[in-house]
Write a protein that binds this ligand. Structure first.
Ligand SMILES: Nc1ncnc2c1ncn2[C@@H]1O[C@H](COP(=O)(O)OP(=O)(O)OP(=O)(O)O)[C@@H](O)[C@H]1O
Ligand SMILES: Cc1cn([C@H]2C[C@H](O)[C@@H](COP(=O)(O)O)O2)c(=O)[nH]c1=O
Length: 221
């Protein structure tokens, strides 16, 4: 039985997901210890990280859009089987940097393969494993890309260098997902300074998953 919880972090490139995730982990680690699992997509284990290298390599300009979608889904399948599922069976709280919504937004809308088609393909890959809670880091696509250009020049991948119109399609798809799944996806205002982003994200996690994370002023769990 999957008694743990899966929390996913989503948003446009440069929204600040990874920065916020690192700060959240620093705050939750003392409370949760081994009960906390932190991972990312594509990646999280040796096989999925190897697939990540192929997908994000800027030299792979010949990669077909459907090949890209299938590689993300393949990395996800391996990640679920090797990392996420065992942690959920072990009652752990899994914080995952990106998951299936990224595929729907980037491959479905960004590449134009079709959001429903990419979702359906991922149902095969995930066997229906859905996040319990998704934090959507909401920032304008241009602001996110600008942050990467200004501060993260050393880590620009094959998707980051796509045209602004691609990133706008991705952002629009995310906003549709947010509207369509109000129970699962919660908005974080990622245009705020990082410390405020982290506070808001932690408040949401505490309010949605009180058995894992004590809310501010509440008793430690
Ligand atoms: N709230 C913020 N305000 C200003 N800059 C920020 C904020 N959050 C993160 N940054 C900076 O923006 C850059 C991108 O942040 P980060 O890598 O956390 O984004 P990300 O959402 O994980 O991006 P990607 O999905 O492309 O990996 C980093 O240089 C980070 O220091
Ligand atoms: C999971 C997933 C990711 N992507 C894109 C989004 C980003 O541009 C990169 C991952 O890089 P990050 O620095 O780790 O955010 O991959 C995607 O297009 N589809 C997906 O399913």
């Amino acid at each position: 039985m999957l008694t743990g919880k899966l929390v996913t972090f989503e948003g446009p490139d440069g929204a600040g997901k990874t920065s916020a995730l690192n700060a959240i982990v620093a705050k939750l680690q003392p409370q949760l210890g081994d009960r906390l699992v932190v991972t990312r997509e594509p990646g999280g284990n040796q096989i999925s990280e190897a697939i990540r290298k192929i997908i994000l390599d800027r030299h792979n300009t010949a990669m077909d859009d459907r090949t890209e979608a299938l590689l993300y889904a393949a990395a996800r399948r391996q990640h679920i089987v090797q990392t996420i599922q065992p942690a959920l069976q072990n009652d752990q709280l899994v914080l995952c940097d990106r998951y299936i919504d990224s595929s729907v937004a980037y491959q479905g809308a960004g590449r134009g393969i079709g959001e429903q088609a990419v979702y359906d393909m991922n149902q095969f890959a995930t066997a229906g494993l859905t996040a319990d809670l998704t934090l959507y880091f909401d920032v304008d696509a241009a602001v996110g890309l600008n942050r990467i250009q200004q501060h993260r020049q050393n880590e620009i991948n094959r998707l980051d260098v796509e045209a602004l119109s691609f990133h706008h399609r991705v952002q629009a798809a995310y906003l549709r997902l947010l509207a369509d799944h109000p129970d699962r996806i919660k908005r974080v205002d990622a245009s705020q300074p990082l410390d405020q982003v982290v506070t808001q994200a932690l408040e949401i996690i505490a309010s949605q998953l009180p058995t894992y994370v004590a809310s501010k002023g509440g008793e430690d769990q």
